[in-house]
Design a protein around this ligand. Structure first.
Ligand code: MD3
Ligand code: FE
Length: 202
């Protein structure tokens, strides 16, 4: 007996062709020249995250000892984030079913051993707008739970080119990345997995 997926959750495996994936990786590499990947820290404890992050768009998500926040500038360069690539905006328009454009795209880079504990995304004022996630590079074991931390969870293996739309109730569900599978893709030049998440913030 398996429980139902949350309302508004859409998993689109193999949505992007290899060529489309490559062009997104090129956009990430271009952006990283101006907005280098940085290691965020857990609020209060200052424990380093196991992922490296950067952002596209007018707002970027930053995790620091002082807390999580959306910020108009990169914490290291104090410059605005690189613009959202038009191809990502097109993807949002194709799948998000939402009247507003995304203001932030978090770029998360998972190298071998990186993971992301079970959490809810709650730093956006726009709590009803969907999040659109794009997986690039190595496969990852993704876990999706319910509205409460103790609810049962389901696991999916996300592969390069997969898109997940978290709309409706699924937007408020617990989720995380248990592990990545190193060496399962040749897409990312230095290896690992890059996840892009587009968000409406305010
Ligand atoms: C479900 N990233 O950046 S993406 C995150 O694959 C994050 O790197 C994971 O969780 C990753 O916050 C999962 C899929 C995702 C993103 C946002 C969600 C799932 C979500 C928001 C609500 C529910
Ligand atoms: Fe999340």
């Amino acid at each position: 007996m398996t429980h139902a997926l949350p309302q508004g959750f859409r998993y689109l495996p193999g949505y992007l062709s290899r060529t489309q994936q490559q062009s997104l990786i090129e956009a990430v590499q271009e952006a990283a020249k101006d907005a280098p990947f940085f290691r965020g820290k857990m609020p209060r404890t200052g424990t380093p995250l196991s992922t490296l992050g950067s952002n596209f768009g007018p707002l970027g998500w930053v995790s620091a000892k002082t807390g999580y926040r959306y910020c108009e500038t990169h914490p290291g360069t104090d410059q605005p984030w690189p613009p959202m690539p038009p191809k990502l905006v097109d993807l949002w328009e194709d799948v998000a079913d939402w009247p507003a454009a995304p203001q932030a795209c978090l770029i998360n880079w998972y190298r071998e051993g990186a993971k992301l504990g079970l959490h809810v995304d709650a730093d956006e004022d726009a709590r009803d707008a969907p999040v659109v996630s794009v997986s690039l590079g190595d496969q990852a074991l993704y876990r999706l739970g319910g509205l409460n931390r103790k609810d049962p969870t389901r696991s999916f293996k996300l592969s390069s080119g997969d898109v997940v739309v978290l709309g409706g109730a699924s937007r408020r569900c617990f989720h995380g990345i248990d592990r990545i599978y190193p060496g399962t893709s040749t897409l990312v030049p230095k290896g690992g997995r890059i996840n892009l998440t587009m968000r409406v913030v305010r």
